[in-house]
Structures are given as structure tokens and as C-alpha cells.
Design a protein around this ligand. Structure first.
Ligand code: IPM
Ligand code: MG
Length: 381
């Protein structure tokens, strides 16, 4: 046992050195100047399971919305292959090197869900991409218009429980994982959230942790968020614990008073599924992964392996990836196209609802919904 403890301690020392190095690089990073590119390249990745089916509809919609720009050559939709579970397992790489190189040749990415193997050593492609592209802000908007609910979650996306999630230690009869919170990593997600709040006229910012139990990591997270908050004196800043906030979201008496949330990675992961479900299902919410250089847009949900097994892939709901496409259009400055897509989604999913996808044979197929949305887009000037 002693030798095993020694090995674990050595492993921990290496992790500490690596993470301190990462923290130092973040501290010293100067704001990167984005070079003005004459052409915006949007990488399109299908992923696994229902991924290619829903991404295909999103690509059709983007082609229609951006037809002029594509023709003029100022924007390219570039399909990227190889981010499939088969290829990743065969290569033993979470994101095969040549796929990562192709992704880095794009400005932004629209990505379908990818299979995350449970256990084993192959890391989630999402987690690997978020780290490789330093996509530190996971921004997830959720709305329940009839109740005046308009939430935006800022989930820290590169640290917390995810930073070393595949690199814990296991001794006979015991397993231990690590959670990492850094000053610099917390500062940048807090800054992103407060800047968003200010630019969008939001007043309430909730810092959500479990600092009463995770005293070191969540304690730091909360303290650094409050430090950043000093630059935004107009904001009403509140501390909440994740357990009671989870309850608050299902309490119609108070939930509409919340606007912006800042959370460490794992709490953000969990609560955004809950929030998406309240909006109408995890199939309805889009997700932006933002860094200073790259950005990736995806659905909140996974690959839906059960739908594929039951032969229901064609009945998958593309709403979530379409919302992600809308977030992407806004991010690359195509505000007009984004607004048009938003309007069409409102008509197709909230008001008119002539074609409804239910996820099984009782509803429309993904393609039929795509056709309906495209037709609706044509009616908008
Ligand atoms: C999400 C997903 C991912 C996560 C999985 C697929 C790794 O649940 O984007 O919320 O846990 O972050
Ligand atoms: Mg999740």
C-alpha cells in the first residue's frame, strides 16, 4: 500500500505543478488581438447519434440565411469529419490531431453532440475541445416568456471538477477526484458574466456555489466573483447555494427575479439541464462555449443513444442546435440573420407551431421541421 500511496502523491505533485503552470499562463495572458479576417469560417461538426441528423438541418438553415455571403465568399460553412466515437476510439484520442487542426482553421464551430464514454480513459470530446480551444465561458440562455423568465447562465467551462476529471487516483477500496479553481480562471468567467449583464441591462447576478462545504474551491470562486463585482456597482449581487437555487428554479413565485448566474463547471452543467427542461425540454436550449480566440456552439443535450437504438433518430428535435446556430450568428456579428432565425423559431416553436417534433413517431421528423422553418424564414423579410 505504501508504494501505491507514493505513486498517488507523485501523481498529485505532477497535477499541482501542471495546474499552477496553467494558472500562471492565464495570469500572464495579454488580451489577444483578433485579426480582422476577410472571410469567416464556420466549421460544422456532426458528432454522434442524433448529432449528424440535427446538425444537417441547422446547416441547411444557415445556408439559406447566409446564401448571399456564401456566394460572395465572405463566409464559408466548412464540414469537418472525423469527430466520431468510432474514429476517436480507434485513434485513442479524445479529439484526433488532424480533426483538431481542421477545427483550429475555423473561426467558430457548430457542433453536434458527441458520445462521452463512461469510465475508461478516453476523455469527453467536449471537455477536450473546451480545453484545447480555451473556451472558458459556457453561456446558456433559458426563457419562459409567459412568466417573464429570462435567464442567462455563465458556467465556468475549463476548470472545477472537469479540469482533472479523467485523472483522479484510485487505491484499493478508495477513489479520489480533484476539483481545481484558480483566481485567473474565475476572474475571466465573472468578468464575462458582469459585462454581459451590463451590456444587456440586467440588474441581478447570482453567484451559485456550495462554499459551505467545498470551502477552498467554491470559497475562492465566490470571493473572486465578489472582487470582480466591485467594478459593477450598479448590480444587485447575491450569493446562493446550488441546492436551494435548484429549488428556486422550480418555484414560480420567485424564479423570474433571477437574471444572470455565475457557477463553477459541474453545478453549471447540472442546473442548465434543469433550466432547459423548464423551458420546454433539453432539446430546446442552445449553448455557447466562448473563449478569447475561438467559440463553439452546440445543443445542451447529448447524442440520444436510446432514440438511435429504437430507430427514432429521424424524429430528433433540431430546436436546440438551431438555438445554438442563432447564438453563433450573433457572436459572429450577423445580428440580422440571428434575429430572423430567432423570429422564425418563435413562430415555429412558440406561437404558430404547425409542425411539432415530439421525439417519436407521433410527431414530425427533424427534416419536416427543417422544411417548416425554412418556409417560415421565406415569409420574413
Ligand atoms: C454539457 C454536457 C457535457 C458536459 C458532456 C457531454 C461532457 O453535459 O455540455 O452540458 O458535461 O459538460
Ligand atoms: Mg450537461
Amino acid at each position: 500500500m505504501n508504494a501505491q500511496i507514493e505513486r498517488a502523491v507523485e501523481h498529485f505533485r505532477a497535477l499541482l505543478e501542471e495546474q499552477l503552470g496553467r494558472a500562471e499562463r492565464m495570469e500572464n495572458a495579454s488580451a489577444q488581438e483578433k485579426t480582422a479576417n476577410p472571410k469567416t469560417v464556420v466549421g460544422v461538426v456532426g458528432g454522434d447519434g442524433i448529432g449528424p441528423i440535427i446538425v444537417n438541418e441547422a446547416a441547411r438553415v444557415l445556408e439559406a440565411l447566409l446564401a448571399d455571403e456564401i456566394a460572395r465568399g465572405t463566409l464559408e460553412l466548412r464540414p469537418i469529419d472525423g469527430l466520431t466515437i468510432e474514429n476517436r476510439l480507434a485513434r485513442g484520442e479524445a479529439v484526433p490531431a488532424e480533426v483538431l487542426a481542421a477545427i483550429k482553421g475555423c473561426d467558430v464551430l457548430l457542433k453536434g453532440p458527441t458520445t462521452t464514454p463512461k469510465g475508461g480513459t478516453l476523455e469527453s470530446a467536449n471537455v477536450a475541445l473546451r480545453r484545447a480551444l480555451d473556451l472558458y465561458a459556457n453561456v446558456r440562455p433559458v426563457r419562459i416568456p409567459e412568466e417573464g423568465v429570462d435567464w442567462t447562465f455563465f458556467r465556468e467551462n475549463t476548470e472545477g471538477e472537469y479540469a482533472l476529471g479523467s485523472r483522479g487516483v484510485e487505491l484499493p477500496g478508495l477513489a479520489m477526484d480533484f476539483k481545481v479553481i484558480t483566481d485567473a480562471g474565475t476572474r475571466r468567467i465573472a468578468r464575462a458574466a458582469f459585462e454581459f449583464a451590463r451590456k444587456n441591462g440586467k440588474k441581478n447576478v447570482a453567484i451559485v456555489t456550495k462554499a459551505n462545504i467545498m470551502k477552498k474551491t467554491d470559497g475562492k470562486f465566490s470571493a473572486i466573483c465578489h472582487e470582480v463585482a466591485k467594478d459593477y456597482p450598479e448590480m444587485e449581487v447575491e450569493d446562493w447555494y446550488i441546492d436551494i437555487m435548484t429549488a428556486n428554479l422550480v418555484n414560480p413565485a420567485i424564479r423570474s427575479r433571477f437574471e444572470v448566474f455565475i457557477l463553477p463547471n459541474l453545478y453549471g452543467d447540472i442546473i442548465t439541464d434543469e433550466a432547459a427542461q423548464l423551458q420546454g425540454g433539453v432539446g430546446t436550449a442552445g449553448s455557447a462555449n466562448l473563449g478569447d480566440r475561438y467559440a463553439m456552439f452546440e445543443a445542451v443535450h447529448g447524442t440520444a443513444p436510446r432514440m438511435i437504438e429504437e430507430g427514432l433518430g429521424d424524429y430528433a428535435n433540431p430546436e436546440s442546435i438551431l438555438r445554438a446556430a442563432q447564438l453563433m450568428l450573433n457572436h459572429i456579428g450577423r445580428a440580422e440573420a440571428a434575429a430572423k432565425l430567432g423570429k422564425a423559431l418563435e413562430i415555429c416553436c412558440e406561437t404558430e407551431k404547425k409542425v411539432a417534433v415530439t421525439g417519436d413517431r407521433s410527431g414530425a421528423t427533424c427534416r419536416e421541421f427543417g422544411d417548416y422553418l425554412l418556409k417560415t424564414l421565406q415569409t420574413l423579410s
